[in-house]
Design a protein around this ligand. Structure first.
Ligand code: ADP
Length: 164
């Protein structure tokens, strides 16, 4: 089963995804976690990725796509996968569709988690105090929400039209 999970930053995608993967026994592919793993190294690539993420911007589509396509083709994902925070742009959604056509494995379902912006800002500021994530500060949080409404939210309609 291949599932896409869409939701704004701070909606609780990670938490709900962990519950779903326990239930469905498929791997949880969080592009945010994968990108943070890249940032933990000290390389030109990690600095390149950090320059986007720590400013609340999206990492470049081609880079995210390369990471995801390697994962999807790996044996871990034979039974499916739950995509958390991916795709996040129309370009990524189209690239994912192309990849899944190539693999002859269509998406089964797309889930959207809705939370009002005021609640998200409050939660993310609280998370900042607990986790100390560099991208959880007031300016970056507002930028991430803006990017979500601008670039990610249109995917809901894109997938609705596909009947997902
Ligand atoms: P949140 O849902 O709180 O934004 P994530 O862990 O999903 O947290 O993502 C953290 C950051 O990682 C995002 O703000 C973005 O910069 C980057 N990121 C995650 N997934 C993608 C993606 N699919 N495309 C581009 N950038 C991404």
């Amino acid at each position: 089963m291949l599932i896409v999970f869409i939701g704004p930053p701070g909606a609780g995608k990670g938490t709900q995804c962990r519950r779903l993967v326990d239930l469905l026994d498929i791997p949880h592919l969080s592009t945010g976690e994968m990108l943070r793993a890249v940032m933990e190294q000290d390389t030109a690539l990690s600095r390149y990725v950090a320059s986007y993420i720590n400013a609340g911007k999206l990492a470049p589509d081609h880079l995210v796509m390369r990471i995801v396509s390697q994962k999807v083709k790996s044996p871990d994902c034979t039974n499916g996968a739950l995509f958390d925070g991916f795709p996040r742009t129309m370009v990524q959604a189209q690239m994912l569709d192309d990849l899944l056509v190539e693999l002859k494995r269509p998406l089964d379902v797309v889930l959207e988690l809705q939370v009002p912006d005021e609640v998200l800002i409050d939660r993310l500021l609280k998370r900042a105090k607990i986790d100390g994530r560099a991208d959880d500060n007031d300016a970056t949080i507002r930028e991430r929400l803006r990017v979500f409404h601008d670039q990610t939210k249109p995917l809901v309609q894109y997938y609705s039209k596909q009947g997902k």
